[in-house]
Design a protein around this ligand. Structure first.
Ligand code: DC
Length: 230
């Protein structure tokens, strides 16, 4: 049976990456977290002083894009690790500082153009699961399976809070909830590639679905799409 492209879009903390990873492992496909790529560019902008709470020097970031190299590699435990110009940044891109600034960076058309180009190259041989905000609408409009994931803001904030607060008392739920609402608004209202459900995407609301039931449902979609693919 032919390999397909699976595009998973949706709001933050809907469990896109968990599902995408599960699928990639089960199908022996490549998994790409496109949000991590936007986070890596944001980290680069922070570390080079292009963005801070005082302002954003967009021009300098845009001028530096050609010198930025993002790569996903599997580590010894088979986990996918993210490297920015050769430096391991998988943990650094998950801080609140990056989360608070990533929407501004992701709204820049020049950044999107550069990352979309990279993402399309990753899909040349199919056998790919990619999650993000514009995968089914912009990056792979012809993906064989498109999934749009959703869940209530409260459910999502609780999930992100659990992830972030692990041993860190400085993280409070209210800040995490506000960050989710802020990013939802930014991601859905930006001019360039806003978060939209592709017309042909299948909606997956997992507010009340457990992971096992969700995976079973999605696998049935995968099998349908594979049958339809010549
Ligand atoms: O999935 P995430 O929360 O790690 O994504 C980080 C940010 O990147 C989020 O604010 C939305 C943005 N993003 C995007 O604009 N387009 C994508 N394809 C993926 C993420």
């Amino acid at each position: 049976m032919k390999k397909i492209i699976i595009a998973i879009d949706g709001h933050s903390s809907t469990g896109k990456s968990t599902l995408a990873k599960q699928l990639a492992e089960h199908l022996d496909y490549i998994y790409i977290d496109s949000g991590a790529m936007y986070r890596a560019v944001t980290l680069y902008a922070i570390e080079n002083g292009f963005i801070s709470s005082d302002g954003f020097d967009k021009i300098r970031l845009i001028q530096s894009l050609s010198g930025l190299h993002i790569a996903f590699k599997k580590d010894s435990s088979n986990n996918v690790a993210l490297f920015l110009n050769g430096q391991l940044v998988s943990s650094k891109i998950r801080t609140m500082e990056v989360s608070n600034m990533v929407s501004q960076v992701a709204a820049l058309p020049e950044v999107r153009k550069c990352l979309v180009k990279e993402q399309r190259l990753m899909g040349l041989n199919k056998g790919l699961v990619m999650d993000g905000r514009d995968i089914g609408t912009v990056v792979f409009p012809d993906a064989e399976l498109k999934i749009f994931m959703t869940a209530s803001a409260k459910t999502r904030a609780l999930r992100r809070f659990d992830e972030l607060s692990n041993g860190d008392a400085s993280i409070d739920y209210k800040t995490v909830y506000e960050n989710i609402i802020f990013r939802d608004k930014k991601d859905s209202s930006r001019k360039n590639s806003p978060l939209l459900k592709a017309k042909d995407a299948r909606v997956l609301d997992n507010s009340k679905l457990d992971q096992q039931a969700q995976f079973k449902l999605v696998l049935s979609w995968v099998n349908e799409c594979k049958k339809e693919t010549p």
